[in-house]
Design a protein around this ligand. Structure first.
Ligand code: NDP
Length: 503
């Protein structure tokens, strides 16, 4: 008799019944109708009908690989996380790259941020860092997320993507300007996934062995170098190979050209966090490198394409809520929203027991009193107690993992127009990118990409939307505003007069 690890070579039903005919249905006569009793036909059709699970509502088109993370520098003065406790220590991880707005079949070279999601299988459980290839995001409060994403999807009537919806939303949400400038630069159309930087994007915290807390940002610098498509190259590639980034990653790993990223952190003390001119917990802002230099941590190397895409990439469930001892959250309002929404999305997509799926399992058997639910496949705790506390097992809550106390000094409110000065400055940081970081070539392409994208704005509100967005560009940098207005054939004097009227 075969055991559960041995595969029979006879074709079988899912319940293991070997059968003789896999291509011709049972029929009444050679040309007759089919029989209801052909269970093998039913099972084949019924399972096929159930092959698709809900597509991720964002980041649907993705690519994944396994890899090895190696610590190269000592950061134990900031964190007691065991993954970082020794130079040379190696930890297996899974990475998923993705576009954001498109459906599962959409083209890899669309102008879009790229997801940069990591799952480290550590000795203290799985740590997920679920970021993007951009250090910032379009909005700073999770309450806006659903509205924002609707503008990146399809128009309810035409069922087409709509530049009008996108620019309407962006022009009404000036906090999006920073990310819009990055998206409209050539970094919005990267050359596959190997040539992008990655960011944890949110502010997180680190806790050391003495239970001292600092705030951190995570950065991943590509060792392959930044490489982008121009807009016209990206558009052309859509027609040549819609799966360009997927193929590029698989090909590189298959030829053993393993892509690598340097992990770095920026560190801010709690005292410093109270003194910055910007809100360090606002995901539309960066921490300037000059004030908060990058600190080396280690190297990510991707070296294994999963044998089965659906099993290990489609079913991979990342959630920023999954942290480990030594790493903590921060008051970042987008992060706080994602702590709820990601595990919730995975429960919807994969079921309440999604962490029992092999790719999502932590390296050891977990211990808790969660039981039952659909697709419970790990033995369900067998005959062990299913409540806590109890007098029968030896599972305990280990006080060594107690988190430090967080002191609050605020009143409860929706704080938007009660913020301190600087919290609503949406212009200085994108201006620094445009003035100080970009080359003339970058600025030229930025303008032509914006003009191309805004040329799609249509309908009765077209002029209002264009002028409102131009005002943001002018406030950020006059040169940029003028160049975009000229490209769109807009009368600048009229826009300036409107701006004064609204000042
Ligand atoms: P620095 O000059 O120290 O760093 C500039 C950063 O900008 C580098 O990380 C560079 O990445 C990146 N960069 C270059 N071109 C683009 C682009 N088109 N889109 C996005 N990023 C780009 O500057 P500061 O730290 O003082 O920040 C100045 C501005 O740079 C910020 O306002 C922000 O817009 C942008 N930036 C800042 C980051 C930060 O964490 N401080 C991170 C990324 C961008 P690379 O080294 O890979 O070329």
């Amino acid at each position: 008799m075969l055991n559960e690890k041995q595969q029979t070579t006879k074709i079988t039903t899912a319940s293991g019944r070997p059968y003789a005919e896999n291509e011709n249905s049972l029929s009444a006569g050679a040309r007759g109708p089919l029989l209801l009793q052909d269970y093998i036909l039913h099972e084949k059709m019924a399972h096929f009908n159930r092959e698709r699970i809900p597509e991720r509502v964002v980041h649907a088109k993705g690519t994944g690989a396994f890899g090895t993370f190696t610590v190269t520098h000592d950061i134990t003065k900031y964190t007691k996380a065991k993954i970082f406790n020794k130079i040379g220590k190696q930890t297996k991880f899974l990475q998923r790259f993705s576009t954001v707005g498109g459906e599962k079949g959409s083209a890899d070279t669309e102008r879009d941020p790229r997801g940069f999601a990591l799952k480290f299988y550590t000795e203290d459980g799985n740590w997920d860092l679920v970021g993007n290839n951009t250090p910032v995001f379009f909005i700073k409060d999770a309450k806006k997320f659903g509205d924002f994403i609707h503008t990146q999807k399809r128009d309810p009537r035409t069922n087409c993507k709509s530049p009008t919806m996108m620019w309407d939303f962006w022009s009404l949400n000036p906090e999006s300007l920073h990310q819009v400038i990055i998206l409209m630069s050539d970094r919005g159309t990267p050359y596959g996934y190997r040539h992008i930087d990655g960011f944890g994007s949110h502010t997180f915290s680190m806790i050391n062995a003495a239970n001292e807390v600092v705030y951190v940002k995570f950065h991943f610098k590509t060792q392959q170098g930044i490489k982008n498509f121009t807009n016209s190259e990206a558009v052309e590639m859509k027609g040549i190979d819609a799966d360009f980034a997927q193929r590029d990653l698989v090909d590189a790993i298959d030829r053993k050209d393993f892509p690598k990223w340097d992990m770095k952190i920026q560190v801010m003390t709690i005292a410093q966090s109270k003194e910055t001119s910007f809100n360090p917990f606002d995901v539309t802002k960066v921490w300037p490198h000059g004030d908060f230099p990058l600190i080396d941590v280690g190297v990510l190397e991707l070296n294994q394409i999963p044998k089965n895409y659906f099993a290990d990439v489609e079913q991979a469930a990342f959630a920023p809520a999954h942290i480990v001892d030594g790493i903590g959250y921060s008051p970042d309002k987008m992060l706080q929203g994602r702590l709820l929404s990601y595990p919730d999305a995975q429960r919807h997509r994969l079921g309440g027991n999604y962490e029992q799926i092999p790719v999502n399992r932590c390296p050891y058997m977990t211990a808790n009193y969660q039981r039952d639910g659909q697709m419970n496949v790990n033995g369900n705790g067998e005959d062990a107690p299913n409540y806590f506390p109890n007098s029968f097992d030896d599972i305990y809550a280990d006080s060594n993992y107690k988190e430090p106390v967080v002191m609050l000094d605020s009143n409860v409110a929706d704080w938007y127009d009660r913020n301190g000065e600087g919290d609503n400055d949406h212009y200085s940081q994108p201006a620094a990118l445009f003035n100080k970081v970009m080359t003339d070539y970058d600025r030229h392409n930025l303008v032509s990409n914006i003009v191309g994208a805004m040329s799609g704005i249509a309908g009765p509100k077209k002029d209002i939307i264009i002028n409102r967005q131009l005002c943001h560009f002018f406030r950020m940098n006059m040169r940029l505003g003028n160049a975009v207005a000229k490209g769109l054939g807009v009368n600048v004097e009229q826009v300036m007069a409107d701006m004064k009227g609204h000042a």
